[in-house]
Design a binder for this molecule. Structure first.
Ligand code: CMX
Length: 136
C-alpha cells in the first residue's frame, strides 16, 4: 500500500505570485523552493500535516507544466503517493498493463525518486509515485 499522500502538485504561472495565498492567507509553513532541472520546473513546498502542497512553475517553454498551463490555466496538476520499493511497484504496475510515463524512476525535488503514471491510466488524474532518497 502507498504510505501516505506525499504532496498535491499545483501548476502556477509564478511561484512568487501564488505563494502569498498559501503562506500568508492559509497560513501554511513555507519549506523552501528549488529547481528540478530534469522536470523543467521550479517547485515550492508548503507543509500540511504529513503532506505537502507543491507549487509548480515551468522553467522552460517545453516544460510539461507549461503545456498544462497553456491548456488548462493554473490548478491541480498531480497527486503524489509515497511508496516503498518504487522499482518493484513500477514493474508490478507494468505487469498489470498500467500505462506508465516513467518505467524507471527519475530524480525529483528533495533527492526523491519519482515516477509518473499516465493520467489516462488513472481516471484522468496524473499520478506520481515517489520514494524519499537517503537525504530526506
Ligand atoms: N492531469 C490530468 N490530465 C492531464 C494532465 C494532468 N496534469 N496533463 C495532461 N493531461 C491529459 C491531457 O488533458 C490530454 O488529454 P486529452 O487527450 O483527453 O485531451 C492527455 O493527457 C495528453 O496531454 P497533452 O496535453 O497532449 O500532453 P502530453 O501528452 O504531451 O503530456 C503528460 C502529458 C502527462 C504525459 C506529461 O505532462 C508528463 O509526462 N507529465 C509527467 C511529468 C510532469 O508532469 N512533470 C512536472 C512535475 C514534476 C514534479 O512534480 O517534480
Amino acid at each position: 500500500m502507498p504510505k501516505k499522500i506525499s504532496h498535491i502538485g499545483i501548476a502556477v504561472t509564478s511561484i512568487d505570485e501564488a505563494l502569498p495565498f498559501y503562506r500568508d492567507v492559509l497560513g501554511l509553513e513555507f519549506e523552501g523552493a528549488e529547481v528540478v532541472e530534469e522536470q523543467k520546473v521550479k517547485v515550492a513546498f508548503l507543509v500540511i500535516g504529513e503532506s505537502r502542497i507543491e507549487l509548480l512553475e515551468p522553467t522552460a517553454p517545453d516544460s510539461p507544466v507549461a503545456k498544462f498551463l497553456e491548456k488548462n490555466g493554473p490548478g491541480i496538476h498531480h497527486l503524489a503517493y509515497q511508496v516503498d520499493g518504487l522499482e518493484g511497484r513500477l514493474a508490478s504496475l507494468k505487469g498489470q498493463g498500467v500505462r506508465l510515463i516513467d518505467e524507471t524512476p527519475r530524480l525529483g525535488a528533495h533527492h526523491t525518486r519519482i515516477a509518473f503514471l499516465h493520467p489516462k491510466a488513472s481516471g484522468g488524474v496524473l499520478t506520481e509515485l515517489c520514494e524519499p532518497g537517503e537525504h530526506k
